[in-house]
Structure formats: structure tokens, C-alpha cells
Design a protein around this ligand. Structure first.
Ligand code: DLL
Length: 454
């Protein structure tokens, strides 16, 4: 299948035009019956596999080793015959992993800051950039925005995909972008009061930082933000509640995405906030057991593995995200034909082992979110004691309205709830409100000093 066919798949999505502010463009396909969706997915999968085989020596080598050829992909089930791909494969192929088009067709690169090894650099053709903007425009629509909204964008611009994604999506959607990036709080507050944006987009950590700043400066009645779109990191219910309470917003939407998949905007929750709708005409999402790489039972959590259906420059076939989620069954109350996955529950590489128990930070914040009197911000410190045993210290903020003298009782509740729900002993330290570090990027929660790290 040639590039023309790919263009036809991509061009089924309407491209918004500026200059008609009064009428809202629709980017979400209204009617996408399951049979039609599956036919589009198969077409996209077959195109992707042929494209990779013909144009990427890396993918061709992988398919030859696995004994699969493009013509073997006859149904969507044949996807499982293809080998999975991991982040190390991308790092090995540095600087242009998965390159499947001539370099002169590449109009942009983005990169994600790997914590270890080389950055992952991903390349984009003009069609990739356009497709991404279309998909992102859907996110704004799914979040209930209209072209008369003003969108203050507080994520980083540059090599990171976030700024470019929110910006291009906003322009394609037709709302007014206020592109600040993670500027200082003074600037954000000033723009929020002067320009009266109605939506704010950031990492979850930045949304909290700004909400606290608005509260501290007593600006709540001077701003008009009704919607926050945030993502890039897992965040707890307590954190969302705190942001909602401090800024008085109606809706907080959780947007997902990763550099390898264009960037942010692979999906977002609608106004019912019951799972993240993802763009199943652009991506195939599988949820696999990370150990066996076999599919989990329907509705069970596992690792999200993604295949792109129209990405040209660096297409992905069965890419392991290491993010844990589950596919949700049934139709959402909003009626969208776009399927849903749950919020990201954690990452397979976030898990730590403490006294022979496997623990995800999400389990800890789930417990903390249910204890009255403590705030949303916490850190987990793991140490090796001189008596040879491991120790876990959970440092968590008191809520501003909780008296300092209640700290001891609170610490005891944290310890006993962690013991009851996660079956391990820990030491809880209750610290002052807003005393743990805030960041406009992604927060670090776990500090494992047991091997001299962290
Ligand atoms: O974080 C893209 C993004 C920017 C998404 C802004 C949303 C908003 P990366 O830096 O490549 O890209 O990191 C991708 O971030 O594998 C997840 O582990 C995590 N992540 C992204 N969105 C969410 C979310 C951007 N909504 C990695 N909830 C992913 C939880 C998220 N984790």
C-alpha cells in the first residue's frame, strides 16, 4: 500500500479552518460503528506493516527474524504475530530510530529525556505533524472547549513534545492559544488575570503549583479558568481535588500521550471523567501481561502496548509503553464511539520491592487520598538500616486547615492504613503544608537510597 492510501486514511479527519469563530468545527468522528472502525484499523495496520517492511531496515530485520511478512497480516488478530518493540531498541538506533522515510521528508524532530542512556529522538513528516494536530484538536473538543475559549499553555516548548502538541492542537481547533510554557508564577498569574483564559494546560504538578499560587495571591475571583487539561504524569484523586478546590474549576481532564506516539493527545477523558477516550482510528491499544506478553483478561490491568496506524516517519509496531492501565468495556455516558482506557495506574518500572512486597506508588497515594487531614503531596524514601532491614519513610504534607498538634495522630493513621492495605510497616512523617518541593515539570515521588542511589 502506497503513501497515497495513508494520506486518504489521514484525510478522513476534518481539518479546521480559521476565520469562522462562531461555528464550532467538529474533529471527533460522530459515527464510527465498530465494524467501520475495525476496517479502518486493519487498513491502517496493513499499511503500517508494509511501510515499515519496505522502508525501515530495522523493522524489516525484526520481521524477518520473527518470520512474518506484510502479506501475513490479514486480520487484526495477526498483530500478535509481530514482535514487540521496547525503549532500548530506540536508544540503540540513536539518533534516528525507526526511521521509515527519507531524511529529507522529515520536517521536525522531538526527543524525550530518558532518565538513563541517550535521549529517544523521534522524527515527523509534515503529514505526521498535521495528523497529530488533528488528533489533538479532538482532545480540546472532547474536553468540551469551543473556539471562543482561551487556552493558557503552561507545558514546556522545545525538544519536548508537550508545548508543540498543545499549541498546534489549539490552533487547529481554533481556540486562542496563550503560549507561556512553564514560565514563572508571576507571569502566569498576570496573564491569567489580564487575558482571562478559560482553560489551562500543564503537567499535574504545574497545575497544583499554580493553583496554590492563585490561592496565596487571593486571585480566585479575578480569574475565569473553568477547565484544566493536565497530564504527563500520574496524579492522585487528592491532587485533583486540591486543584479543583483552590482554583474553583469545573472540570479537570486527564490527557495522555508519549513522545513516541507523536506526543500528548492520544486520548483524554470527556466531561463524564470515566476513563480516557483514545483515538482508535489512529492507534491500536493492546493491554498485555508485562511478564508473558500475552493479553490480559478483558478489563484487567496490564502494560499498554501501542501500534500506530498512520504514522509515517517513525511508526510504532507493538511498542511497550511500560504504562499500566486497563481497557474499559461498554459505552461511555457521553455516547462517543471512541473506546476508553483507565487512567494510568503506574509504570512497570515504578514498582519497587520493599520487604518482599511489590509496591507501586499509586497504591500508596490511593491509601493517602483516603485519610482526612493530609494533603496531596508526598514522598517515599527507602533506606537500608544499619540492622540490615529496609525502611520506608512516607513524608506527607498536612492540609493547611489541619492543626500542627494533630500530626502525631495523623502519622499513626498513615502507618496503620498502609499496614492494613499494603501489608507493610512504614514510618510516616507529617510535614508542613507546601513544604515539599513543587515543580512545573513532572514530580518525583520515590527516593530509593538503598543502593547508594536517590
Ligand atoms: O509526557 C507527553 C505529555 C505531555 C502528555 C503533556 C500529557 C501532557 P513523555 O515525556 O514522552 O511525554 O512521557 C511519556 O509520561 O509513558 C507516562 O508514563 C507519562 N504520562 C503521560 N501522560 C500521562 C497521564 C509526555 N495523563 C510518559 N497520566 C508516559 C499518567 C502520564 N502518566
Amino acid at each position: 500500500m502506497g503513501r497515497k492510501d495513508n494520506f486518504e486514511i489521514a484525510s478522513r479527519i476534518p481539518i479546521g479552518r480559521k476565520g469562522h469563530k462562531e461555528s464550532n468545527m467538529r474533529f471527533l468522528p460522530d459515527e464510527l460503528r465498530p465494524e467501520k472502525l475495525q476496517a479502518m484499523q486493519l487498513e491502517g495496520l496493513q499499511w503500517t506493516v508494509s511501510h515499515c517492511y519496505e522502508n525501515s531496515p530495522f523493522y524489516r530485520g525484526r520481521m524477518e527474524t520473527a518470520g512474518v511478512r506484510p502479506e501475513d497480516i490479514r486480520t487484526l488478530e495477526d498483530l500478535s504475530r509481530l514482535p514487540t518493540l521496547d525503549k532500548e531498541d530506540l536508544q540503540e538506533e540513536y539518533p534516528f530510530p525507526l526511521l521509515s522515510v527519507p531524511l529529507e521528508d522529515v520536517v521536525r524532530i522531538h526527543a524525550s529525556s530518558g532518565t538513563t542512556g541517550k535521549r529517544k529522538v523521534l522524527v515527523y513528516t509534515q503529514r505526521d505533524v498535521d495528523r497529530w494536530a488533528d488528533l489533538f484538536a479532538r482532545c480540546y473538543e472532547m474536553a468540551g472547549l469551543s473556539r471562543s475559549d482561551r487556552v493558557q499553555i503552561a507545558v514546556g516548548y522545545g525538544l519536548w513534545t508537550a508545548g508543540a502538541g498543545f499549541q498546534a492542537g489549539c490552533e487547529r481547533f481554533g481556540a486562542m492559544a496563550v503560549p507561556l510554557g512553564p514560565a514563572n508564577a508571576d507571569m502566569h498569574c498576570e496573564m491569567m488575570v489580564d487575558l482571562q483564559p478559560t482553560a489551562f494546560c500543564s503537567t499535574a504538578s504545574m497545575a497544583l503549583l499554580l493553583a496554590e499560587e492563585i490561592h496565596r495571591r487571593n486571585l480566585r475571583s479575578a480569574i475565569r479558568v473553568h477547565t484544566i487539561i493536565m497530564g504527563a504524569e500520574r496524579h492522585s484523586e487528592a491532587m485533583r481535588n486540591r486543584i479543583r478546590e483552590l482554583m474553583g474549576v469545573e472540570h479537570i481532564h486527564d490527557i495522555y500521550g508519549l513522545t513516541e506516539l507523536y506526543g500528548p493527545g492520544t486520548g483524554i477523558d470527556c466531561r463524564h471523567h470515566d476513563g480516557i477516550h483514545y483515538w482508535a482510528d489512529a492507534f491500536l491499544f493492546e493491554v498485555l501481561n508485562p511478564e508473558t506478553l500475552e493479553p490480559v483478561s478483558p478489563g484487567e490491568p496490564g502494560e499498554l502496548v501501542v501500534t500506530t496506524l498512520s504514522k509515517e516517519a517513525s511508526p510504532l509496531i507493538r511498542y511497550r509503553t511500560h504504562d499500566i492501565t486497563r481497557l474499559m468495556e461498554g459505552t461511555c455516558a457521553c455516547g462517543s464511539p471512541m473506546p476508553r482506557h483507565d487512567r494510568i495506574l503506574g509504570r512497570t518500572d515504578d514498582m519497587f520491592i520493599y520487604r518482599a512486597v511489590n509496591i507501586y506508588p499509586s497504591q500508596i497515594d490511593h491509601v493517602l487520598s483516603r485519610i482526612d487531614g493530609i494533603g496531596s503531596e508526598y514522598q517515599i524514601h527507602l533506606r537500608h538500616r544499619t540492622d540490615g532491614r529496609d525502611q520506608m519513610i512516607i513524608r506527607v504534607e498536612r492540609r493547611p486547615e489541619t492543626a500542627r498538634q494533630d500530626s502525631q495522630t495523623l502519622a499513626e493513621s498513615v502507618q496503620s492504613e498502609i499496614r492494613r492495605k499494603i501489608l507493610v510497616r512504614c514510618q510516616a512523617e507529617i510535614v508542613d503544608p507546601e513544604s515539599l518541593p513543587r515543580t512545573e515539570r513532572k514530580s518525583r515521588r520515590v527516593f530509593d537510597q538503598r543502593n547508594g542511589n536517590g
